[in-house]
Write a protein that binds this ligand. Structure first.
Ligand code: ADP
Length: 399
């Protein structure tokens, strides 16, 4: 079985064609600058990387180009579209309407369209991607796989905000969480690596990248997560503020003369590591600047690690103990100094890192970085959100 995984953004579209027998991507790539002059497709297949410059007016043009390359004699990996069994689409927000992977139909698309309000930057492009595939691949089975599904198991007292209950009911304002496919994948891989039944494990998964979120996973199910109604909440991120007192935000907007939209843009794009450091939103730049003595880069990194540490502490209590901490995503997989800072001085709580193992370079495999005598295991696990989408899709279309 071969599943095409699509992750559509407003002007970009990423794809992977995954062979479900081997669970390997046999081709992958990205369309950039959709609807903007200078369109480009980077396509990786057969051990090579190919770049095609082609204007793409719409997501439909982009999907058509992707299919042309996937079935091309020289750069393709399948003879025809018939060899693609189904398509899995990444969708960020499911609201409360969808709690699991859902087949794409006229009816489910109608419901999905009502949810764009919940993720105005992410859901509308996903809808464009789905509609484009439906236009170009008529009759092909498709599924929508949500970033939020894994968090649907949170208990009500974890996802509720302290607001009027009627407002929650009417407007659906609550914590939803994000990066669910990643938290699901790495917590599952951790159980496999440890040779344990997920039902017996209490795991904290730290997805630390440009956007970061931390989840508490008990018995294979998410019981809490750091992002909220939107991906703005939780720890400070590349450019997002993370948790902030709403009244402080309102005060700042007033002082800076920002309207609500501009203010939200400020919190999403100009804060976090970028705002704190004045250097960059990228952790590579920040760690380099910090080493050179830049005190604001040091401050940004300290704020980040401290916020992550507090979530680890809180979730350890919420889980009633802890068996394993997992680091994943760009920063979690590649930045030993951040991992060490997040878990520093936690010996009293059973978390001891092995410095040598922590500093070993990322080789793309699962690595155990806790000391041999550490009661809590600490693992670095490369995430694979596309594989989760492919597995979920295979299951949904098969059933
Ligand atoms: P996104 O949230 O956009 O998916 P990523 O998970 O790719 O982000 O994480 C991006 C962050 O990870 C950047 O701050 C970058 O510094 C860091 N990062 C990514 N790859 C590496 C690497 N090979 N070495 C060090 N840091 C990396």
């Amino acid at each position: 079985m071969k599943i095409l995984v699509i992750n559509a953004g407003s002007s970009s579209l990423k794809y992977q064609l995954i062979d479900m027998q081997t669970e390997e991507a046999i081709a992958k790539g990205t369309c950039e600058r959709i609807g903007i002059a200078g369109g480009k497709l980077t396509h990786k297949a057969r051990g090579e990387s190919f770049v095609f410059e082609k204007e793409m007016e719409s997501h439909t043009d982009a999907i058509a180009l992707v299919l042309e390359k996937l079935t091309d004699k020289k750069v393709g990996v399948v003879k025809s579209m018939d060899e693609i069994d189904a398509v899995g689409h990444r969708v960020v927000a499911s609201g409360e309407e969808f709690t699991k992977t859902t087949l794409v139909t006229d009816e489910t698309m109608k419901v999905l369209e009502t949810l764009s309000e919940l993720a105005p930057l992410h859901n509308p492009p996903a809808i464009l991607g789905i509609n484009a595939c439906r236009a170009v691949m008529k009759g092909k089975k498709m599924a929508m796989v949500f970033d939020t599904s894994f968090h649907a198991t949170m208990p009500d007292y974890a996802y509720m905000y302290g607001i009027d209950y009627d407002d929650y009911k009417q407007h659906k304002v609550r914590k939803y969480g994000f990066h669910g496919t990643s938290h699901a994948f790495v917590s599952g891989e951790a159980a496999k690596y440890l040779g344990k039944n997920p039902a017996d494990l209490r795991i904290i998964t730290c997805h630390l990248g440009n956007g970061s979120s931390i989840s508490a996973v008990k018995g294979g199910k998410c019981i809490d997560t750091s992002m909220g109604f939107t991906p703005l909440a939780g720890v400070p991120m590349g450019t997002r503020s993370g948790d902030i007192d709403c009244a402080a935000a309102e005060f700042l907007f007033r002082k800076k003369g920002l309207g609500m939209q501009e203010g939200m843009n400020y919190l999403n794009k100009k804060c976090g590591m970028l705002g704190l450091s004045g250097v960059s939103s990228d952790f590579r730049d920040l760690t380099a600047a910090c080493k050179e003595g830049n005190d604001r880069a040091r401050l940004a990194l300290d704020c980040f690690a401290y916020a992550c540490k507090k979530y680890v502490g809180a979730y350890m209590v919420a889980l009633g103990g802890l068996d394993c901490v997992v680091f994943t995503a760009g920063v979690g997989e590649n930045t030993p100094s951040v991992r060490a800072a997040v878990l520093s001085d936690m010996q009293a709580f059973g978390i001891v890192l092995d410095e040598t193992e922590n500093n070993r370079g990322n080789d793309g495999t699962i690595r155990e970085i806790s000391a041999k005598n550490s009661p809590v295991k600490v693992l670095v696990i490369p995430t694979n959100e596309e594989l989760v989408i492919a597995r979920e899709t295979a299951q949904a279309v098969g059933s």
